[in-house]
Design a protein around this ligand. Structure first.
Ligand SMILES: [Mn+2]
Length: 424
């Protein structure tokens, strides 16, 4: 469903006076609010097609009703999010959960909602119905050449779907690894995986990127064949200039310094994509910014510093995606919260006084360095983000409008109370 424009306008009219007060105060306190607003307006985060239904765990799944029943309805849901926040103008598809049976129709529908297709995601971490060979002992790492070939062929098929939709990148996340010591020859697993990725790489169009996503553990709990950024970078360097590392915030060992990782990957020109989520223990896939907003800010601080050092476009030169999914919230409200958290951290990072920070670093003035960062982090930029959204035609308070319009009730009425979106 879509919300009528006049309803967004009415909602904004009712909140405009208080937003104006807050925004004008903030704009008087910071440097060049207008240029930050322009950057916020440009910045778009891709919504993954698997996050529109209620996420499950291995213990169960509790769907909330009105979940999208097909790819068309997933695109409609993302269109609605984008209508509300004007920052969700892209969709990241997962194959085989979202195979477009009529790509030109799907492409047109997405365009109608102002959406483009971000990275395509392959899946060799599950066996699909009718699949000839099993990935139980891995896909590209497998000791069986025929299984490796099946995984290669699948990725080539995903690229083909992506070309039809106008996507320009492939994310490969492998669950390959081992659960027990001795199960795997690490070198053989690496070599097999590299050879498979090289085959896939050959099928990338010239303007495409391949993102090699790493993950420290789960579902394998002894070793992972792309286990950390070092291993991902090794693959990306051996593959060539179209291959990059993808950082997923939940895929590290506890307390890893992710901001340092992104800084060095950017320095090497090998950071390609980013998966936002938050976690307390492992790959919890919780709402962005719900647990560690300061960490998210510090990561954005390094992202901006590193991208600016290389003259990169903040919006287009990295793939920005949410990768979160869980049990207890309305997935659309959750995604609105995640995108809001991203925009807030981005805005705060744009506020950092880089000259002052650099000078403090040169002087070993540790106290000032911390003051500079925390000055930005402790600035309440919510009115700046809301003003950018209002000017772009979105809602000043997306969740409030979503609720007052009873969107979920409408979706349940339209789609039924017992629908379940494809996904985990
Ligand atoms: Mn991910």
């Amino acid at each position: 469903m879509q919300i009528e424009k006049y309803k967004i306008a009415e909602h904004n009219d009712s909140l405009a006076p208080s937003l104006k007060r807050a925004y004008e105060f903030l704009a008087g306190e910071i440097n060049d609010a207008e240029s930050i607003i322009r950057k916020l307006t440009d910045f778009q985060v891709a919504i993954p097609s698997w996050a529109l239904g209620t996420g499950g765990t291995r213990f169960g799944r509790f769907p909330g009703g009105g979940e999208p029943r097909n790819l068309e309805e997933k695109i409609e849901d993302i269109g609605l999010l984008h209508q509300l926040n004007q920052s969700s103008g892209a969709i990241s598809l997962h194959i085989p959960w979202d195979i477009p049976s009529n790509p030109s129709h799907i492409k047109a529908l997405a365009a109608q909602h102002g959406l483009r297709f971000d990275a395509m995601n392959s899946n060799t971490f599950q066996d699909q119905p009718g699949q000839a060979l099993s990935y139980k002992f891995g896909s590209l790492q497998n000791v069986n050449k025929a299984i490796r070939q099946q995984a290669i062929d699948h990725n080539i098929e995903v690229i083909r779907h992506g070309i039809e939709l106008g996507s320009e990148s492939l994310t490969v996340w492998l669950s390959d690894g081992s659960c027990f010591p001795g199960q795997l020859n690490f070198r053989h697993a690496f070599q097999n995986t590299l050879e498979g990725l090289q085959e896939i790489y050959k099928h990338l169009p010239d303007n495409w990127k391949m993102f090699v996503e790493y993950k420290a553990a789960e579902p394998n709990f002894y070793s992972t064949t792309v286990g950390d950024w070092g291993q991902s970078l090794l693959y990306a360097q051996k593959l060539g200039p179209k291959a990059y590392t993808l950082v997923d915030l939940g895929h590290h060992l506890p307390n890893a310094n992710i901001e340092q990782i992104v800084s060095l990957l950017l320095m090497e020109g090998k950071l390609g994509g980013f998966h936002f989520n938050d976690s307390k223990y492992g790959d919890d896939d919780l709402t962005v910014g719900c647990m560690k907003p300061y960490q998210l800010f510090l990561i954005f601080n390094e992202l901006i510093e590193g991208m600016d050092a290389r003259g990169m476009n903040h919006n287009t030169d990295l793939g920005w995606m949410i990768d979160a999914s869980h049990n207890v919230k309305d997935p659309l409200e959750d995604l609105l919260q995640s995108v809001e958290a991203i925009m807030i951290s981005y805005a705060q990072a744009l506020l950092v006084d880089r000259n002052k920070l650099l000078a403090a670093q040169q002087e070993n003035d540790v106290v000032t360095a911390q003051e500079v960062l925390q000055q930005a982090f402790r600035t309440d930029v919510r009115s700046l983000v809301a003003e950018a959204r209002r000017r772009a035609g979105g809602a000043i308070n997306p969740i409030a409008l979503y609720r007052s319009e009873k969107v979920r009730d409408h979706l349940i009425k339209e789609r039924g109370a017992k629908t379940m979106a494809t996904g985990l």
